[in-house]
Design a binder for this molecule. Sequence first.
Ligand code: AHR
Length: 306
Amino acid sequence: DSGDAETAGGDSGDGGAITVGFSQVGSESGWRAANTKSIQDALTAEAGFDLSFSDAQQKQENQIQAIRSYIAQGVQYIAFSPVVESGWDSVLEEAKDAGIPVILTDRAVDSEDTSLYVTFIGSDFVEEGKRIGDWVSENLGTEPINVVELQGTTGSAPAIDRKTGFEDAIAGNDNISVIASETGNFTRAEGKTVMEGFLQAYPDIDVVYAHNDDMGLGAIEAIKAAGKVPGKDIKVVTIDGVKDGMTALAAGEINYIVECNPLLGPDLAEIIKTLESGGTVEPRIVTQDEAFDQAGAQAVLADREY
Ligand code: AHR
């Protein structure tokens, strides 16, 4: 078995490297691709890690299976980005019983027993949704505004929190109504399909609020196919700030993006090194996000890493 009290060399892989099992959500979006690259680039052999990485294809049962196999292998640390919020208590208890510290990255779990994980590092998703809601409230006038919402994966922390944050921000603005809200599962293809349905059902859509850039980009394809101009006839607001999203924003097809920083790898590496040397880390580490309008996107696009 292994644990945080053990020094490198105890249960480690070759040459004293720190063994880490990472269970990724999937490869649903550009954000996820950047997040995966950041983790794999940070937890390298040169940096002192022996990383086992698995892609759960947006399925909780695959993540639970991956975590169980990391426990069976006796890795020193487990990190994962939980696809949905609930249903983790048993497997996290198994990790705890095995003495393996767990680090949550990007997404939260709703377990009441917070001793089941050491820390949770990631963005404040409620705040992201609130910033989008504030922008809609402050920039689109006082006439009636019909919003359609493309939600992220049902039951995931970002889908729950971004919906809540937006609703909180527009509460009290009687001219803004969310006339339809459905999941597009954080993918471009499903964002497009769901938007096609919205366009058929509702002739008077003013704004699409997509919980991530990819679904917004899918919605843009649907808007164009319906003979309307994205960014003008129908405003598009999204969360993430990946290169494709920022490109569409710079071109005026998206109107506003709240960033969600995917570059969590270096912080994850540092957290593990701190724990490994006997240090402690804060139970919640909130990453900082910016927000961009068209001019803002044009200014940073050339240097955007992902
Ligand atoms: O959990 C973060 C979200 O997951 C990103 O905003 C989205 O693009 C990804 O799929």
